[in-house]
Design a protein around this ligand. Structure first.
Ligand code: GAL
Length: 861
């Protein structure tokens, strides 16, 4: 949205407020819809939106994220509302800090953007318990997400609470606020069909209940074909061009265009090529779609114990256009920005006409929008994943790369092709910082041998029933008496301890010693631990630490799924054979000793028992708390703590949990990835053989200049002295650009006039390089004007190469934060290979300069 539009929008909002004050007819302030699009203040719109979940970043980051989203060409921000952070116990509300939804929405409004509020309150979202508070499970007679009175009462209570809060701040568009749309429930379709009539009744009730809150803006339900009027059913997925709403008078909205995917501990990450994402969006728009929401535009961080799962990583980066740390991810961000510009050039045609589809070839089509005589917008598509195509459209030839769409806002000139990425690639790295972590001290958590717990029961208890999710940890302890006559004590075979668990991890201790660990998974949660054990004659203490790694967020009646050690727990190989311990008396201890002592808090320094690590460093020991101090690193780059030397546990900074960590190595098949063909997360994996997550975001806002307290609880053993604070920054940037080819109708015009808007186009292709704001280009790793090969980080000279390439780029770029070079023969002395279509590929290194020496070249890395 341009500046003028922002002024216009704020003016309209102001008008709405005036109208409200003077009781003037409200029609123009409301949001409505027809089959083409949403109508805001009576106007049809194409809306480009992006999900940014407020508790997944800090309030200090919000404005920057939202402004970046706006600069990326977004009209709207979409967020879920997370019930469990807002109502931690029944009737006690929290809308403060990271949970300050009103503040977040006011920033959206100030930026001149719209908001889509996905109220849920079931949200899925890889968020603990899908957004439901755990206490909800214990409301008598409750059954989640079905026609159940206690559930419906609670859901309605929270929905009304949020709506009235937002109304009291005038945040709905009908009140002059930014919210234009709101979602109730989330992807209910599958569950509804599974639950039959009950599901249908609940869904109908939810829609009615939502509408009865009278927000003045339409409601949506995603992925449910039975969505009743006036609620709009919407699509979620990697592609949505085939989606049609369930009524002909509803617009075609895509509420989750998955920009990447989430990561699980123990698995590789997935990256979605931007060419494919842009292709999917263009394909949806050409099919008449009028709202696209990127899920996620900024994924952020699952701080504390908010990650769902189990086993969702603390990072919720999602390969989104803005990365976890709030930095722009190139090429994704820039390429989508160009796509949005091109779509906006077509907006008036798109919302006024239906596409006329013509075949341009066996796998090629044109979608043409002719709203009125003389105006025209066209999308030329090549669905062939293997080959490019040359198509004839309006008597002109157009080259379409494989799996791509060209957008022609005037039906003649190509403003954008989804597969031609003109943006630079930036390689982000975690660079060393000057933060020196010092004064390590350790505390051995004695919970494994501690016998003070008073809670005991015969048999094995379900974990969440005992902990109510107040902690990840539950101890199951018992003891066995071994007769001195047992043959394994006299050279015979050792017995085996077998522990069957329903999730998510178990660390087994015999007489205070860790004998091993076992882990479940996100889908198949049941697992067993089995290990030969060296028991002693007499009483042996068996202590099993069961660890929940995020409660499930999706699945039929997941509120009833079990966690913890439900058995059997047996000792096999004793003289009498098998000893089943499951029904024995077990004592239970909720949480760790260190948790009950609040060891992570800044006040813990006064607690006796911390040992100076210089004297005894419990490096490979399990169940140890470590603490140390560090000063905030200079600069303003985002920070991450490098946990590669540790095993599994949690980290706190100044008493606030930055999340669970686990450095387990990721399994997967990282075989490279082509942007063409249908995407699915397993197709484009990265990071195989490395920890699924090594760095953990430390928000700058949580730091003081000096003596920040870092506390780590390590479950299995690690070396804390190798923990370090890293700065996230750009290391190298690459750009690649092709010469203009006479047969390709692109890069040609100075401007395109389209329905009253003017868009500038580059006359000749220009290569742009840009480091971060406090960096400069310190060297050129690679430059070739000719026919260079390879991709960023792996460029090679091709058959044709201008020998001046490096010196020309050096002269233009070294010492600068950004530079641009036009691709012409004259710039490189002469044509290195006449009659050959040439490219320019460059890889440049970015280095820091200190703020006090802005013009000098002082390198920190
Ligand atoms: C969708 C769901 C989102 C999120 C996404 C995967 O099905 O609606 O909340 O879980 O999957 O990231």
């Amino acid at each position: 949205m341009g500046c003028n539009n922002l002024v216009k929008m704020n003016f309209l909002m102001f008008l709405c407020v005036l109208m409200l004050l003077f009781n003037v007819e409200l029609m123009n302030c409301s949001v409505s819809y027809d089959r083409k699009s949403l109508l805001i203040n009576g106007q049809r719109k194409i809306i480009i939106s992006g999900s940014i979940h407020y508790p997944r970043s800090t309030p200090e980051m919000w404005e920057d994220l939202i402004m970046k989203a706006k600069k990326g060409g977004l009209d709207a921000i979409d967020t879920y509302v997370f019930w469990n952070v807002h109502e931690p116990s029944p009737g006690n509300y929290n809308f403060e800090g990271r949970n300050d939804l009103v503040r977040f929405l006011k920033i959206v409004q100030k930026a001149g953007l719209y908001a889509h509020l996905r109220l849920g309150p079931y949200v899925c979202a890889e968020w603990n318990f899908g957004g439901f508070p755990v206490w909800l499970k214990y409301v008598p007679g409750i059954s989640f997400r079905t026609d159940n009175e206690p559930f419906k009462r609670a859901m309605q209570g929270f929905t009304e609470k949020v709506v009235s809060l937002l109304k009291s701040h005038n945040l709905y568009q009908s009140q002059g606020g930014p919210i234009i749309l709101s979602q109730i429930e989330n992807e209910y379709g599958n569950l509804r069909s599974h639950l039959g009539q009950e599901g249908y009744n609940y869904m109908s009730w939810a829609a009615k209940m939502a509408v009865s809150t009278q927000t003045g803006v339409p409601w949506t339900m995603c992925k449910d074909i039975e969505t009743p009027d006036p609620v709009i059913n919407t699509c979620n997925g990697f592609y949505c061009h085939q989606f049609t709403p369930n009524r002909p008078y509803k617009p075609k909205l895509w509420t989750e265009a998955w920009s990447g995917w989430f990561t699980e501990f123990g698995k590789s990450s997935s990256q979605r090529p931007v060419q494919d994402l842009a292709f999917a969006v263009a394909r949806f728009i050409q099919a008449g779609g009028s709202l696209v929401n990127y899920y996620m535009y900024h994924g952020g961080t699952n701080f504390g114990r908010t990650a769902g799962g189990p086993f969702i990583t603390t990072s919720y980066d999602y390969d989104a256009p803005i990365d976890e740390y709030g930095l722009i991810r190139q090429q994704k961000y820039g390429h989508l920005k160009e796509l949005h510009k091109a779509i906006k050039l077509c907006e008036s045609a798109l919302v006024s006409a239906d596409p006329i589809v013509t075949e341009l070839g066996p796998k090629q089509q044109a979608h043409v929008f002719y709203p009125v005589k003389g105006s025209c917008a066209a999308f030329l598509a090549n669905y062939d994943p293997e080959s490019g195509a040359k198509v004839l459209f309006n008597n002109k030839h157009y080259n379409l790369p494989p799996w791509s769409i060209s957008i022609l806002p005037d039906c003649k000139n190509v403003a954008f092709n989804t597969a031609k990425v003109g943006e630079q690639t930036s390689h982000m790295v975690m660079m060393p910082s000057n933060a020196n972590i010092h004064q390590w001290e350790s505390y051995n958590d004695l919970s494994a041998v501690d016998d003070s717990s008073t809670m005991s029961a015969f048999g094995l208890l379900e974990q969440i029933n005992v902990t109510r999710d107040s902690t990840d940890y539950l101890w199951y302890k018992t003891s066995v008496r071994v007769k001195p006559s047992e043959s394994f004590l006299h050279g015979g075979k050792l017995p085996t301890l077998i522990v069957e668990s329903t999730g998510d991890a178990v660390h087994a201790f015999i007489n205070g010693q860790l004998i091993g660990s076992a882990f479940g998974g996100r889908k198949a949660r049941r697992f067993s631990f089995s290990k030969k054990v060296n028991l002693k004659s007499g009483r042996n203490k068996i202590a099993l630490l069961s660890v929940a790694v995020g409660l499930p967020n999706v699945g039929k009646h997941y509120e009833n799924w079990n966690t913890g050690i439900l058995g059997p727990v047996v000792l096999e190989g004793l003289d009498k054979g098998r000893l089943d311990l499951s029904k024995k008396k077990w004592t239970y201890q909720v949480g760790l000793k260190g948790e009950s002592m609040n060891l992570a808090s800044p006040n813990s320094a006064s607690i006796v028992g911390w040992m100076d690590s210089k004297i005894v460093l419990p490096k490979r020991q399990p169940l140890v708390w470590h603490k140390a101090y560090f000063d905030a690193p200079e600069g303003n780059e985002p920070l991450g703590v490098d946990m590669h030397s540790m095993g599994k546990g949690q980290v706190w900074i100044n008493g606030v949990s930055i999340g669970r960590y686990w450095t387990t190595v990721s399994q997967g098949q990282c075989n490279g990835c082509s942007y063409t063909g249908r995407f699915q997360p397993l197709k484009c994996q990265v990071g195989c053989g490395k920890p699924s997550q090594r760095w953990y975001h430390v928000p700058r806002a949580w730091l003081k200049p000096r003596r920040n307290l870092l506390v780590v609880f390590e479950e299995m053993g690690g070396d804390p002295t190798k923990i370090s604070i890293k700065k996230r920054s750009v290391s190298t940037v690459c750009a690649q650009i092709s010469e203009y080819h006479p047969s390709i109708k692109s890069w040609k015009l100075d401007t395109v006039e389209s329905y009253g808007r003017t868009q500038e186009f580059r006359t000749r292709p220009k290569l742009h390089l840009q480091c971060a704001s406090n960096q400069y280009i310190s060297s050129i790793k690679f430059a070739s004007f000719g026919t260079p090969l390879g991709t960023c980080g792996r460029f090679e000279q091709g058959k044709c190469h201008a020998p001046t390439s490096n010196s020309v780029i050096q002269k233009r770029c070294i010492g600068k934060q950004r530079c641009a070079v036009v691709i012409t023969n004259s710039n490189f002395g002469r044509d290195p290979c006449p009659n050959v279509l040439k490219r320019l590929s460059v890889e440049a290194v970015c280095s820091f300069r200190t703020s006090t020496h802005a013009n000098q070249t002082i390198i920190h890395n």
